[in-house]
Design a protein. Structure first.
Length: 289
């Protein structure tokens, strides 16, 4: 009997957490945190993790205190790209063993902090709502200790991605010029729009053969959004296809150390300045409420 009551209470509290997540998501991030930036993509393998790492580094080089959070638990790879062997990771937080601040570690070479994920673990998307809500609260709390917090999200637009994206002041949606990547970016915006998120989405075109080609790619996506969704997501920036990106990933060394004068480095630094402005605006808006 007691066991039954316990189960029913648990189910009830699960349901109310689930409803809160959906409600918060629908309000387009009513509780969005001004210095939290999410990095997302419709299709996988477009360069989210590499971009997140390089953006974190560029912002740290500007003197900002940065935390990079690996939110792609199923296929975590921030630590792999940086050649780190984390002793603690997000999995310890999700299992309730450690609090989020206990699993952050300082990445000396880049002068920013990271929260590592763990590849091969159950993905964040299968997390019970209550745990997801608790995690979100911890993320919100930890943001107050940093100038910028970046979350590298898993590809797609599942419940976890929607919730974390809603908490962010801006979601940088990465696409390439490949038709499948563009179609999936459009689907991300469309589904996000249905959940009330799209007003906070801006586009990054990655692996572009030139800046003008990148602009064309962005305009193709923009046109589809304007025509079918009545939305006009702004362009956050274009990153050129650069062989030095592969080279740095292979050597597990950040691009801004190995090839600081490369085209891709220059492009990410430009986006870092855009992100800085977005955060300043969001903070001002919050202060003037
Ligand atoms: N600007 C670029 N120039 C050249 N190659 C790039 C560029 N950006 C990304 N790449 C290539 O794309 C590959 C995939 O990058 P990454 O692992 O960061 O993608 P991802 O979106 O995080 O993938 P997943 O969805 O699997 O997490 C990298 O290994 C790199 O070789
Ligand atoms: Mg990745």
């Amino acid at each position: 009997m007691r066991e039954e009551r316990r189960r029913s209470q648990k189910a009830q509290s699960e349901r109310s957490s689930e409803m809160k997540i959906e409600r918060d998501t629908k309000t387009g991030g009513a509780d969005s945190v001004p210095n939290l930036i999410a990095i997302a993509s419709g299709k996988g393998g477009v360069g989210k993790t590499w971009f997140s790492v390089t953006l974190a580094h560029a912002l740290a080089n500007e003197g900002k205190k940065v935390l990079l959070f690996d939110g792609d638990l199923g296929l975590a790879n921030v630590d792999v790209q940086l050649g780190l062997m984390p002793k603690r990771d997000l999995n310890d937080v999700i299992r309730g063993r450690l609090s989020l601040d206990k699993v952050t570690q300082h990445y000396e070479e880049g002068n920013f902090d990271i929260v590592a994920g763990r590849s091969g673990q159950a993905s964040l998307s299968s997390l019970p709502s209550q745990r997801l809500s608790a995690l979100r609260e911890q993320i919100t709390d930890i943001c107050s200790q940093y100038d910028v917090v970046l979350i590298d999200l898993g590809a797609g637009v599942d419940r976890t991605v929607r919730m974390l994206s809603a908490s962010a002041t801006q979601t940088l949606l990465i696409t390439t010029d490949e038709p499948t990547s563009l179609t999936d970016a459009y689907a991300f915006i469309k589904l996000g729009n249905a959940a009330g998120l799209s007003k906070n989405v801006s586009v990054v075109v990655n692996q572009s053969s030139s800046v003008s080609e990148g602009e064309k790619t962005y305009k193709t996506l923009l046109k589809a959004c304007e025509n079918f969704l009545r939305l006009a997501p702004p362009l956050a920036g274009i990153i050129r296809l650069d062989p030095r990106v592969k080279d740095t990933i292979r050597h597990q060394t950040p691009l801004l150390i190995r090839s600081p004068n490369s085209e891709a480095a220059e492009d990410v630094e430009k986006i870092a300045r855009y992100v800085g402005k977005i955060i300043t605006q969001a903070k001002r808006k919050l202060a003037g409420r």
